[in-house]
Structure formats: C-alpha cells, structure tokens
Design a protein around this ligand. Structure first.
Ligand SMILES: O=C1O[C@H](COP(=O)(O)O)[C@@H](O)[C@H](O)[C@H]1O
Length: 241
C-alpha cells in the first residue's frame, strides 16, 4: 500500500491527475482501452473537472470506458445521482459518447439495477474476469467505501460482483461493486481529504486487528494490483507518522 500525503487538496488533485493519466495511457497502449471506475460523492469533483478541461489532451478519451463504483437509489436526474455529478463535471466537458458510460439504471428496482449492471459488465468484458484498470474510491467519515457501509450485508458479500444493499442509517438502498470485485482491479486509488475523515483513515490504514463491520474500507486489498491512498495532511491527523 502506498500512502501519498499532500499539504493541500489542490496538490493532492495535481498528483492524482498525473497518476490517472499515467495508468490510462499504459492501459490504452497495452490493451487498446482504459476501463475506469469512478467514485461518487463530493471529493472527486475538482479532479474530474481538471482532467476533462486543463488535462483533456493528455488522454485519448475515445478509448476510455467509464463505470461507477456505486450508485444511490435516486432517479438519474436527481442531484444525488453519482452519474449526474460525473456527467456535469466530466462527461459533458469531454462529449463522452453514451456507449462509453456505464450508468446504473436506477429506474429499475435496486435488485434489478444490480443484476442489469452485472450483465452490462459481463458483456463489456466478454464473459472474462472483470478486471478494471483503475478503480477510484472515496471513503466516508464512517469508513464506508463505494456503498459498502458499516454493519450491512455487503460487508460479508463474498460471492457477487455487483449487489443492491439496504443502508439502514440512510434509510435507503444503494447499488455497489463488492469488495471481492474491487480487489481484482489492476489499480485501486482512494481520494480522501478533510479532518472529518481522520478517525476513519487511522482505523482503516493503521489497525492491526481488522474490524470490517465497523470499517469496511479495510476490505480493500487488491489481490495482485496496486493500492494507493491520496490523502491530505488533515486526514492524517490521527496517524502516527
Ligand atoms: O455516498 C458516497 O460516499 C462516498 C464518499 O463521498 P465523499 O462525498 O465523502 O467524497 C463516495 O465515495 C461514494 O461514491 C458515494 O456514493
């Protein structure tokens, strides 16, 4: 695991952009496309904006396919829909063709949306093992990642790749990639900043004895891929560095 600590969020984003560009170009050079899983929430907005404007010419975007690590159970035009955030900050700037974007279809029930998403992934990967080139993840201050929330069934889901989950504390369903699927990726990178994430970060990174129920982000441990954490100094307040 590589922990990259930056003085500011701006510096974090600058470095994460370089990291994404490098992985994208290597994937395109070796297999002709880049399979890129996006994280939702607020943390990646600036990253997406910068990548698709200032750094637009650094990647051949025609060869990029976008996926989502998780989605909220709201309709696609709702402000909380992760796909809408990505559209506004990334896809619209790139004029991304719709057949390169794998949105979660939240017009379906959560269970059906998860099944449909899995089917779309299987088709894209032509029945072979689903191995993303890069999965970007955020982490909540409760140590959830993607939509693997503490004390939910998803923490224990070892046999599925995409699943619907009921999140009691939010009184809502989510649709999420599971930890076993995330752990098959070639590269996984967390974007985590802010003092409010410091306690979760300490437990996820530094606890010798794991407690996946409490800190689901501890489940993320790529089998043979790379794991990189991009964090700002304030998120490391409780780490003994
Ligand atoms: O609900 C979610 O939260 C996490 C963290 O979001 P952030 O706003 O704290 O960055 C995010 O990674 C996930 O995709 C999202 O659905």
């Amino acid at each position: 695991m590589n922990l990259h600590i930056f003085k500011s969020v701006a510096e974090l984003n600058e470095n994460l952009i370089i990291y994404v560009i490098d992985i994208a170009n290597k994937a395109i050079a070796s297999k002709g496309r880049f399979d890129f899983v996006l994280t939702g929430g607020n943390s990646p907005k600036e990253l997406y904006k910068e990548l698709s404007t200032t750094f637009k010419d650094k990647i051949d975007w025609n060869k990029v396919y976008f996926f989502f690590g998780d989605e909220r159970s709201v309709l696609p035009n709702h402000k909380d829909y992760n796909g809408l955030m990505a559209k506004e900050n990334l896809f619209d700037n790139l004029n991304t063709p719709t057949n390169h974007i794998f949105y979660v279809d939240t017009t379906l029930s959560p269970e059906k949306a998860a099944i449909a998403y899995k089917k779309a992934l299987d088709e894209h990967f032509k029945g072979e093992e689903i191995t993303f080139d890069l999965i970007l993840l955020g982490m909540g201050d409760d140590a959830h990642t993607a939509s693997i929330f503490p004390h939910t069934n998803l923490v224990h889901n070892q046999h599925e790749t995409v699943a619907a989950v009921w999140v009691e504390k939010l009184n809502t369903h989510r649709i999420s990639l599971t930890a076993p699927l995330i752990n098959k990726a070639k590269n996984v990178a967390f974007i985590t900043f802010g003092e409010n994430k410091a306690n979760a970060l300490k437990h996820v990174i530094a606890d010798e004895e794991k407690d996946f129920e409490m800190y689901p982000a501890q489940l993320i441990k790529p089998q043979s891929g790379n794991l990189d954490w991009f964090v700002d100094e304030s998120a490391t307040n409780f780490l003994n560095l």
